[in-house]
Design a protein around this ligand. Structure first.
Ligand code: PLP
Length: 430
């Protein structure tokens, strides 16, 4: 498969080149030249296929012959080392739980898949690769965990100081080895801007920098798997399915929309955001106007200029009007979020994290506006234990500790603190 830069359709590269480069030289995001179509028989038999087989059939055309089949199967095998259950929460509303991986958030899938692709593509090279990544919370832990101990790769993680939860910080900043954590005085958007600047900096050309943000095709595309797993679980209901995705950088939902374009039968998508509502406003007005990022309880979605939105538009011929037919977007406040966590926990004994809760709110709102005969799924993108600040402290709900968290206790963070791009540049040259 070839990939083109969204800034210039004539600039085309292989999957390998897109994975190693991250971003195109003209700053464009890479996008596949074709959208593979899955056969009807695949959907007819999907309930008889295991997750690894589904994942292989979904991703193989995006990679072509660039990774040997047995190697690709091994990568998928290592990536999908945990479950993706669909839980019934109430009546026609289901949660697709994506948080059973090593860092308790859905980003484990993309990070694991990408780290293993990179290891495969650089296995014969003597030069070290530096993976540079900005995180608003969950990416850092997932990437750190996915790359820990991988030979030939150093990982540099930028996160907004004081703006990630304490568990998130422990997951990304205590590992050491080939993982370096950097605290930035600023917002996630500031971190993301620094990363973008580093990629364009001629003075860093010899550093072999690559990105592990969701802009990287090897992180973005495997997120399609979730939607197929969900369909496999809910097909038996034989009803139209609406999916609500709590969205920040819009990589996850963009993968869902890609799955749709490959033939996955989903009736409608809802993008649910916190008060960082650039996309809901865009769908109302068709004007794209990012504002200052606001901090919220669902901090992994504190993004005001979502980098994957251009890919979503590309999927719909760059037409906001076409996009509106398939995608509805709503935004919700922290107060709404806390209230719904409490309500759903009290009435239905299902404990959501703040991100999943935003997804639930968007789903419920959309379903209340359409005909009855639909079912809805919201993506539960993180385990509630990652957000004790809101759930335990604000709501007084106690969360049982999963083993992944118990393993972190007592570890000290090892970070560098920076405020400017120049300080980052110095660190990268070390
Ligand atoms: C990253 C993240 C999101 C947002 O996903 P995007 O692909 O950036 O839209 C939602 N929830 C959690 C828990 C996350 O970590």
């Amino acid at each position: 498969m070839k990939y083109y830069s969204l800034n210039n359709p004539d600039h085309q590269v292989s999957f390998k080149e897109a994975v190693i480069a991250g971003l195109a030289p003209d700053k464009g995001l890479y996008f596949p030249c074709e959208i593979p179509q899955l056969e009807r028989s695949f959907f007819e038999q999907i309930e008889h296929l295991d997750n690894k087989e589904i994942a292989y059939r979904v991703i193989k055309s995006f990679i072509g012959d660039e990774i040997r089949k047995d190697e690709l199967l091994a990568i998928i095998n290592e990536t999908l080392c945990f479950d993706f259950p669909t839980a019934k929460v109430v009546d026609d509303i289901y949660a697709l739980e994506l948080y059973h991986g090593p860092t308790l958030a859905f980003k484990d899938v993309g990070a694991r898949f990408m780290s293993r692709c990179l290891r495969y593509f650089t296995r014969d090279s003597s030069e070290k690769i530096k993976v540079l990544v900005a995180t608003s919370g969950d990416t850092g832990g997932a990437v750190a965990n996915g790359f820990l101990g991988v030979e030939g790769v150093d990982v540099i993680i930028l996160y907004p100081s004081g703006k990630v939860s304490s568990i998130q910080e422990q997951q990304l900043a205590t590992l050491g080895q080939n993982i370096k954590a950097i605290e930035v005085n600023g917002s996630f958007d500031d971190c993301q801007d620094m990363v973008k600047q580093a990629f364009l900096d001629a003075g860093l050309k010899d550093q072999n920098l690559t990105s592990a943000n969701s802009i990287n095709v090897a992180r973005w595309l495997p997120q399609m798997f979730y939607y197929f797993f969900m369909y496999k679980a809910l097909k038996i209901e034989a009803k139209p399915i609406t999916v609500s995705v709590p969205s920040g950088n819009f990589g996850n939902i963009c993968a869902g929309l890609m799955a749709l374009k490959m033939g996955l039968p989903i009736a409608h998508f809802v993008a649910s955001t916190n008060v960082n509502d650039t996309v809901p406003r865009y769908l109302d007005t068709l004007e794209y106007k990012p504002q200052q990022t606001v901090e919220t309880l669902s901090n992994a979605m504190d993004v005001s200029n979502p980098s994957n939105f251009v890919r979503i538009l590309e999927l719909f011929d760059r037409s906001g009007i076409k996009l509106r037919e398939m995608l509805t977007a709503y935004s919700f406040s922290d107060l709404d979020t806390l209230a719904i966590i409490d309500e759903v926990n009290t009435l239905h004994s299902y404990l959501m994290d703040p991100h999943g809760a935003v997804g639930f709110l968007g789903l419920r709102k959309y379903l209340s506006e359409v005909s009855d005969d639909e079912i809805g799924v919201f993506l539960e993108t993180a385990h509630p234990i990652k957000f004790p600040e809101s759930i335990e402290n604000k709501l007084g709900i106690l969360i049982p500790t999963p083993p992944q968290v118990a393993a972190l206790s007592g570890k000290d963070k090892i970070t560098s603190k920076i405020s400017t791009y120049d300080e980052l540049k110095e660190l990268l040259k070390l």
